[in-house]
Write a protein that binds this ligand. Structure first.
Ligand SMILES: [Zn+2]
Length: 161
């Protein structure tokens, strides 16, 4: 495992995550950053001030693993959901690391190469979990990929306390 972490550290966008990128996410800090913004989870997570080191692929994969709507405002997150999101980020990073035999985890999908991500760049293809077609939307000028079934649309309706 140590070797793998060393490999991950070479990956510039992960270096910023802290001493051990797989364990180094400060959940309290992440939650505090999310609940103070009305921006979407996708946009908030792409902001390096929220959590350094996450790229477009990682955010898409993490939100899918956490079953969260990328359009949902950060301010509506509960602590339990931020925990789930944190697990999703860790799992996604680990997956990216395991995908490649090469020393550096993949940060993009090579043209013509196999895409083994769950949702990233899979628009129109069936979700591997539920077979619903993956959708692509644009947020903050970047593509967002998500499964509308696994990541159901968040609505404010009925959630007001
Ligand atoms: Zn799905």
């Amino acid at each position: 495992m140590r070797g793998k972490v060393e490999e991950l550290r070479q990956f510039p966008s992960c270096r910023a995550l802290g001493p051990d990128p797989l364990k180094g996410i400060d959940v309290d800090r992440l939650h505090a950053a999310l609940v103070k913004t009305t921006r979407s989870l996708k946009e908030a997570l792409m902001d390096q001030r929220t959590l350094a080191g996450l790229g477009n692929i990682h955010v898409a994969e993490a939100l899918n693993r956490a079953r969260l709507d990328p359009r949902r405002p950060g301010s509506t997150m509960t602590r339990a959901e931020t925990n789930r999101l944190t697990d999703g980020i860790r799992e996604g990073l680990r997956f990216a690391l395991d995908l490649e035999d090469s020393p550096e985890p993949i940060t993009y999908v090579e043209e013509g190469g196999e895409n083994r991500f769950l949702v990233y760049d899979h628009a129109g293809k069936p979700c591997t979990t539920c077979a619903t077609r993956i959708e692509r939307i644009t947020q903050g000028g970047r593509s967002t990929y998500f499964c509308p079934h696994c990541q159901p649309r968040w609505t404010r309706k009925g959630r007001r306390r």
